[in-house]
Design a protein around this ligand. Sequence first.
Ligand SMILES: C[S@@+](CC[C@H](N)C(=O)[O-])C[C@H]1O[C@@H](n2cnc3c(N)ncnc32)[C@H](O)[C@@H]1O
Length: 242
Amino acid sequence: MNDAPANGHAYLDFNSPLSDTKAYDLINSLAPLRDATVVDYGCGWAELLLRAVEHEAGAIGLGVDSDDYAIDRGNANIEARGLGERVRLDRADVTTWETPPADVVISIGASHAWGGTRRTLEAMHARLKPGGRLLLGDGFWESEPNARTLEVFAPDEFGTLDELVDLAMACGYRLLNLATATLDEWDSFESRWCAGRERWLLENPDHPEAAEARKIVDDHRDLWLKGYRGSMGFAYLTLARR
Ligand SMILES: C[S@@+](CC[C@H](N)C(=O)[O-])C[C@H]1O[C@@H](n2cnc3c(N)ncnc32)[C@H](O)[C@@H]1O
């Protein structure tokens, strides 16, 4: 009998609401990537970093994340895709890991690691060469969060989209590109997250861990569909460091 999944990641390509098409649009927004060093802070299994490096033959990728599952999955993909000479993933805390300032840095869904968006923008500024590009993926409220959402998220967890952009300007960046996750991207992301446990439950309905797995996925679906669906937004800002 297989153990219950430890997370909802098995069916996700990216650990954020992001389609293949938008992923390549975002990579293009980071140009020039030729001979660039791209550092992904909180890379997860680093799918976007791998695609960026595959897209531009001269680019070098470095990723850092503290999650064992993510780093192992990323390393397996690096090997399978023959990228070992150009991409390295380190298992570490992003806040203490050090490397010289880069041409391009990525921080998607990892602002909590730095203590919020402002601190992330400041940390990435210090880790970029002047003129370098940051791809920041961060949350915002598309509309007022409802009561169900506020059981889990603080109202000041996020600002509005224009506040997010203003904050980036105040932290020493200019906006090169703005994209936001569509409802389709969100639904795909949440469905795939739930599918990790739903598919395991289909195969293991009487497993000792089944009730717990069912509760986790039921609670998650409830919070998504009765809570933040349509009100929580996710923005991808491509920012140039001044
Ligand atoms: C929402 S996931 C996003 C992963 C990836 N950026 C993506 O978009 O697929 C956030 C990631 O940040 C990582 N993380 C959070 N705090 C961290 C820390 N202090 N040091 C290293 N990684 C951290 C988590 O392990 C997780 O993989």
